[in-house]
Write a protein that binds this ligand. Structure first.
Ligand SMILES: Cc1cc2nc3c(=O)[nH]c(=O)nc-3n(C[C@H](O)[C@H](O)[C@H](O)COP(=O)(O)O)c2cc1C
Length: 315
């Protein structure tokens, strides 16, 4: 089984399911599992650890013969040569995020790469299309991670961007299964990107405490920090993040020692970025199962939309 559309053609994958870039997490162990399962694994650069990233890209070539991509999170990687760094690694697909879409586009396109830019608003989408990107990752405010403080939910943002642009769209924010994938396609997307679901997958390198916190969380268990300042971000509700939720400005020093949370399992040591979709995650599952079930359910849901119980058309 496979899905054929502009996104699968451009990415060279079986299924238009992309694993989100995530600092320290989106490395070869997780990304190769996604690529081997027919989706697209992405290697992060937001950790800023470019030597480690280079090594992870090399490992990817041992772990999979399937395509994978790299993310340039512009606000976090200040190395002026980051685009050349990615080109030098022989990467063919890049997502750019958290920054200006015009910044690296000529260099990346000039080297023959396919470039998707992450956008949280229609204005950002139009700017990226003007800049010449191949596609958009349209990211709803319910998603995890750094966010536009004026967040817009996928339900509004996806059809809005679809109605004003023609490039392929990958939907991010709240994507988890075949039902959300079918909904995203109905709203105008041709692919989906999963962040929080992948943090809580079996192959994710984070500590079990984080995965279990996601499994135990309700849909109300995220906080939005820096609503009136930058950068906005959505994270798991903990004692630390609940306290910060009430602060008008949250300094990034509050990230504390991220690795103590990510890999040491101390959930109060830092902020565990994550989206509202954690309220729908019920177990830690292998990536291959997540992707297989998503595709199967996607086709099931699409088929069931014609069933009478969902609303039969009466002439
Ligand atoms: C732990 C974590 C780290 C993230 N880091 C990045 C990043 O480095 N670059 C980026 O473009 N997006 C980042 N994001 C956002 C994701 O790419 C993705 O768009 C988002 O998680 C989608 O929403 P979901 O969590 O509902 O799946 C991060 C998200 C999480 C949960």
């Amino acid at each position: 089984m496979e899905i054929r559309n502009r996104v699968t053609e451009m990415l060279g994958v079986q299924y238009p399911i992309v694993q989100a870039p995530m600092g320290w997490i989106a490395r070869s162990q997780l990304a190769s599992a996604v690529s081997n399962a027919g989706g697209l694994g992405i290697i992060e650069t937001s950790s800023g650890e470019l030597d480690a990233v280079k090594d992870e890209i090399r490992k990817m070539r041992d772990l999979t013969d399937k395509p994978f991509g790299v993310n340039i999170a512009q606000a976090f990687v200040r190395d002026p040569d980051i685009a050349q760094f990615v080109i030098d690694q022989g990467i063919t697909f890049v997502t750019t995020s958290a920054g200006d879409p015009t910044r690296y586009i000529d260099q990346l396109k000039g080297a023959g790469l396919t470039v998707f830019h992450v956008v949280p608003t229609l204005k950002g989408a139009l700017k990226a299309v003007d800049a010449g990107v191949d596609g958009l990752i349209v990211e709803g405010g319910e998603g995890g991670g750094f966010k536009n403080p004026q967040d817009v939910a996928s339900m509004v943002l996806l059809p809005l961007v679809r109605s004003k642009t023609d490039v392929p769209i990958i939907a991010a924010g709240g994507m988890l299964d075949g039902r959300t994938m079918a909904a995203a396609f109905a709203l105008g997307a041709e692919g989906i990107q999963m962040g929080t679901r992948m943090v809580s997958s079996a192959e994710s390198p984070v500590h079990d405490n984080w995965k279990n916190a996601i499994v135990g969380a309700a849909e109300t268990d995220t906080v939005f920090l820096n609503r009136f300042a930058k950068p906005g971000l959505r994270a798991l509700r903990t004692e630390r993040s609940s306290r910060l939720e009430k602060e008008e400005v949250v300094n990034m020093m509050e990230f504390g020692t991220a690795k103590d949370l990510y890999f040491g399992g101390d959930m109060e040591a830092s902020l565990a970025l994550g989206g509202q979709v954690m309220g729908r995650i019920e177990s830690v599952r292998p990536v291959a199962d997540i992707i297989r079930d998503t595709v199967e359910e996607f086709f099931e849901i699409i088929g069931s939309l014609n069933d009478s119980y969902l609303g039969q058309r009466v002439p």
